[in-house]
Design a protein around this ligand. Structure first.
Ligand SMILES: [Zn+2]
Length: 59
């Protein structure tokens, strides 16, 4: 299965996968992981804000 977080896939994303993380407000960081805002709204977050359980799950 092709990875979603590396290589050419990123270049096809809006902003080449980069943007501002809504949780930690880092700018120019890759937003590749599924997360939720404080009110439960699904969003994309950076690697520092991703849910810990995603670290173990083999994509
Ligand atoms: Zn973040």
């Amino acid at each position: 299965m092709a990875t979603k977080t590396r290589g050419n896939v990123l270049l096809q994303l809006e902003g080449k996968g980069r943007g501002e993380c809504p949780l930690c407000a880092r700018t120019g960081i890759k937003l590749l992981y599924d997360g939720v805002l404080g009110d439960g709204t699904p969003t994309k977050v950076c690697k520092y804000c991703r849910p810990k359980k995603q670290l173990k799950k083999a994509n």
